[in-house]
Design a binder for this molecule. Sequence first.
Ligand SMILES: C[S@@+](CC[C@H](N)C(=O)[O-])C[C@H]1O[C@@H](n2cnc3c(N)ncnc32)[C@H](O)[C@@H]1O
Length: 176
Amino acid sequence: MWGQHCQHAPASTATLERVLNAYRPSVIVEIGSLFGGITAYIGTWAFLNGRAHVLSLDMVPCMTVDVRDFLGRIGVVYWYEDAWKPDTVAKVFEYIMGRRMDGRALIYCDGGDKTRELALYSKTLDAGDVIGCHDYTTEVAIGGAAEALGDGWQPILDIEQVRAQRLLQMFWEKKG
Ligand SMILES: C[S@@+](CC[C@H](N)C(=O)[O-])C[C@H]1O[C@@H](n2cnc3c(N)ncnc32)[C@H](O)[C@@H]1O
C-alpha cells in the first residue's frame, strides 16, 4: 500500500474501506501496524474523509522512518506498545474517549492474537461502535470470536461472502 508491504489482499482492503464509508468513525485504532501498509490506507481514508483520528500501535518497531514521516504528515499517531498490557488497553480507551466527540470508534484487531484483542478491546467500546479483525476463519475461529466479544455484537459482513471471497475479515457493531 503506497509502496509499503501490506498483509491485506485487495478485496479485504476494499471491504475495510466499505466499512469505513458506511460507519464513518471519528476515531480509528489499529492493533498491529507492522510496516504500516494498511495503516497508510486507513490514514489516507481519514485524511480524505473528515480527518478522523487514527492511532496505530505495535510492540515491534517495524516501520521505516519514511513511513513514520508520511503517517505523521497525514495525522496518524503511532504508539510503540504491547497491546495486551492492561495499561495499553486503558490508554487506548482514554485516547478514544478524548477524541470521539459524538462519533463512532472503530478498532481493528490485527496484532499477534486477534481473538485476545477482540476480548480486550471490545470492552472499551460503546453502542454504535465497530470492532473488526483480520485473519477471521483462519487464525480467528468463528466461535472463538463470538466468545471473545460476548453478547451485544452484531456481525456486519455476510459470513458466506467472507468465505466465498476469502476476505479473512469480520466486523461487528455493538448494539445498544
Ligand atoms: C499480522 S501483523 C500486522 C499486519 C498489518 N496490520 C498489515 O495489514 O500489514 C501483526 C503485527 O502485530 C504485532 N504484535 C504482535 N503482538 C503484539 C502485541 N502484544 N502488541 C502489539 N503488537 C503486537 C506484530 O509485531 C506484527 O507487526
